[in-house]
Design a protein around this ligand. Structure first.
Ligand SMILES: Nc1ncnc2c1ncn2[C@@H]1O[C@H](COP(=O)(O)OP(=O)(O)OP(=O)(O)O)[C@@H](O)[C@H]1O
Length: 244
């Protein structure tokens, strides 16, 4: 089944076309990465798909509901883990998870149970009693993603999840993302090419508001006739690049 289908999805800021008629389908359970140079339109795409801003024209259907006609139904199925971690610094890891669960309408007992479930599933036990402000950047990011999963979303948007993390913390976060693979649909934006290559089922390369190419990392390399993914990305994202 298709999780996300965009139909001529477009966003203009006055005369500036931030996203130019995007037509894309993402399957349920797929991990799809959006890659592109600065200003390519990745964040604009994610913001529209997660109903944080409206398209100028076009539409997107997320698991049967339109972002234009039924944004509230869409919001019930999705979660966004933003670039900046959204944790309460003075609460412990468990309290942060419990708080979000209560925000989603669970009573205290259920919220505690849900927090324990997430702690167990994502290997957060060793830091469960630590205040969020004392955690390393990597742990904070993992907590932030865990918090976005409290509502059992069917689609998760990860906007630059490893930005600013050291290489070890990045790899640890990859492990967490890999554990989610296949269970929910994930849309990830990143500037780290090796991250997209390591995690994604398919990758979309954007330039100046346009989707230039879509495929697996291997397909994109073959299409660009490149020896490695970085060369493929450069070939496909520059103006003279090959389009598929
Ligand atoms: N609120 C806004 N008002 C005007 N222009 C905007 C606004 N938001 C984004 N843009 C423009 O739209 C284009 C796409 O921006 P967007 O943030 O989606 O790109 P991006 O691929 O996420 O870039 P980055 O990798 O730098 O985060 C850019 O030219 C940007 O300047």
């Amino acid at each position: 089944m298709i999780a996300i289908r965009t139909i001529d999805l477009e966003k203009k800021y006055k005369e500036k076309v931030a996203l130019n008629k995007l037509n894309l389908s993402i399957k349920e359970g797929e991990l799809f990465s959006l890659l592109g140079t600065n200003g390519a339109g990745k964040t604009t795409t994610i913001k529209m798909l997660s109903c944080l801003c409206s398209p100028t024209s076009g539409d997107a259907i997320l698991l049967g509901d339109s972002i234009v006609k039924n944004p509230f139904a869409v919001k019930e199925k999705i979660a966004v883990s933003p670039q900046e971690t959204a944790v309460a610094p003075n609460l412990t890891v468990k309290e942060n998870l419990q708080l979000i669960s209560e925000v989603y309408g669970n009573n205290k007992k259920d919220a505690i149970r849900k927090a324990d479930e997430i702690i167990e599933s994502f290997g957060l036990a060793e830091i469960a009693k630590s205040k969020a402000k004392t955690l390393s950047g990597g742990w904070q990011r993992r907590l932030s993603i865990a918090m976005s999963l409290i509502s059992n979303p069917k689609i998760l948007f990860l906007d630059e999840p490893t930005l600013g993390l050291d290489v070890i913390a990045r790899r640890e976060l990859w492990t967490m993302v890999k554990e989610l693979k296949g269970k929910i649909t994930i849309i990830l934006t990143t500037h780290y090419l090796e991250e997209a290559e390591a995690l994604s089922d398919r990758i979309g390369i954007m330039t100046k508001g346009k989707l230039k190419a879509v495929g697996t990392a291997r397909e994109l390399m073959e299409c660009a006739n490149a020896q490695n993914f970085e060369d493929a990305f450069i070939a496909l994202s520059t103006d003279g690049g090959v389009s598929i």
